[in-house]
Design a protein around this ligand. Structure first.
Ligand SMILES: *Cc1c(COP(=O)(O)O)cnc(C)c1O
Length: 448
């Protein structure tokens, strides 16, 4: 006698596809080698670059420059600091405009503000989720002093198209590669394509430290020298001379800690293997979902590789017999159904950057440049239609797939998605019944 299999969606009381208590493998993965590396640094007694004989920081910088393929790399305190430092080293001054894609983590837009520059947001390509060269072109003005290119989710942006635009104008491109460690574009690693480029080593990223950290890469010796000074109070740093304690410009303290650099060096030594395992796992996972109607799985054009930092899936409401305007409610239904099955689907990036209160409200804290919000005042969804469409029609899976041993869990996720896709009527009914407002129509209380 066999019991009837209960195939109802977990959302409707059926059994979960991913058993409760089934853990996501911890990320970053911490091995005995990583522990030994941190211990080695602790036992050296040299915790910062200022300590005599400190070796971990310059070693990480050397190894990371070599991995990315640039002359120089600089370790810093976090990825946001890396980006503002890169922009300042590229020559961005207070009052200058910096073009930034409208879909990114908020730090891509805040970093220009930190140096008194004005972010000007450009709409994205709805297929790649990256900056669209034509929209970048339309955002350029005589005051544009840099273009930030974000390789969002780990997919390199159309660098050649954007460089073809900016090079004749002498406008530097700065890559925000916080999500794309190791990804390649036409054979070159990201972080080697712009004038000066930033990475994050936050624990959520594909290459991490045990806390907060970042990296800046460049081939240009002058840019490198400026970045070096800006990292440490505007001082001129010469490794063969004693510290002078003379500040030539308003630098920061964005220096890294040695034990954290030791940890990242250890992570970096197996990064290529882990990235290859992740690539294989994610490709297998996506291949199992590609045939589902109305589900657009992420992919990479042939001329670049994807770091698979975040997996963003788009929904086509038409495939469910719904009008395009129902994308938001359909997404809510799918996320709800997947989460009930045990898949950590979520809606990373609820707002286009220019819709973030930080860029829309009158400056209320210290440090804003005088007309910081000029560029976005009066933002409406029509200014960034592709970004709005992508946000309303997509959901993401993040973190769960980063660990090289994630394959068995991803198999369960694939089963869960396929199960949910067996019940389009349930999703449609839920979507139709949902009271819905676009994320940017929901106003929140300002804490200031
Ligand atoms: C994480 C991230 C940053 C900021 O890095 P932190 O180390 O968290 O400061 C900047 N840009 C993008 C695209 C990111 O994902």
């Amino acid at each position: 006698m066999t019991a009837a299999v209960d195939s109802r969606l977990a959302m409707l009381g059926g059994p979960r596809s991913v058993p409760r208590g089934r853990r996501i493998p911890a990320w970053p993965r911490v091995t005995p080698d990583d522990e030994a590396a941190v211990l080695r640094s602790l036992r050296s007694g040299a915790f910062t670059a200022a300590a005599a004989g400190e070796e971990e920081i310059p070693a990480l910088e050397r190894e990371w420059a070599q991995y990315v393929g640039t002359e120089h790399a600089l370790a810093v305190s976090n990825g946001t600091a890396a980006l503002s430092l890169a922009l300042a080293a590229a020559g961005v001054r207070p009052g200058d405009e910096v073009v930034v894609p409208a879909l990114s983590f908020v730090a891509s837009g805040i970093a220009p503000l930190h140096i008194g520059a004005i972010p000007v947001f450009a709409d994205i390509d709805p297929e790649t989720f990256n900056a669209d060269a034509a929209r970048v072109a339309a955002a350029l003005t005589p005051r544009t002093r840099a273009v930030v290119v974000v390789h969002l989710h780990g997919l390199p942006a159309d660098m050649d198209e954007i460089l073809a635009l900016t090079r004749p104008l002498g406008i530097p491109v700065v890559e925000d590669a916080a999500q794309a460690h190791g990804a390649t574009y036409r054979g070159a690693r990201v972080g080697s394509l712009g004038l000066v480029n930033s990475f994050s080593l936050n624990v959520s990223k594909n290459l991490a430290t045990c806390g907060e950290g970042g990296l800046v890469n460049t081939d240009d010796p002058d840019v490198h020298r400026r970045a070096l000074a800006l990292r440490q109070f505007g001082e001129v740093i010469e490794s063969d001379k004693p510290r002078q304690y003379v500040s030539h410009t308003m630098g920061w303290n964005h220096k890294p800690s040695a034990p954290q650099c030791a940890f990242t060096r250890s992570q970096l030594s197996r990064f290529p293997d882990e990235a290859a395992a992740r690539d294989a796992n994610v490709r297998t996972f996506l291949a199992r979902l590609r045939d589902l109607p109305g589900l657009l799985v992420p992919s990479a054009p042939d001329d670049r590789t994807h770091a698979w930092h975040i997996l963003r899936f788009r929904l086509a409401p038409e495939a469910f017999g719904l009008p395009a305007g129902m994308a938001g409610p359909l997404r809510a239904a799918v996320v709800r159904a997947l989460r009930a099955e045990g898949v950590p689907a979520s809606t990373y990036q609820h707002l286009p950057l220019p819709a973030q209160p930080v860029f829309r409200r009158p400056p209320t804290t210290v440090g804003y440049p005088p007309d910081a919000l000029r560029a976005v005042q009066g933002w409406s969804p029509d200014d960034t239609p592709a970004t709005c469409r992508v946000i309303e029609s997509s959901f993401v899976i993040q973190k769960a797939h980063l660990h090289p041993d994630a394959q068995p869990l991803l198999d369960l996720y694939a089963q869960a998605v396929r199960k949910v896709w067996e019940e389009p009527d349930v999703l449609v009914r839920y979507a139709r019944d949902l009271p819905y407002r676009a994320p940017w129509e929901q106003t929140d209380e300002a804490p200031w």
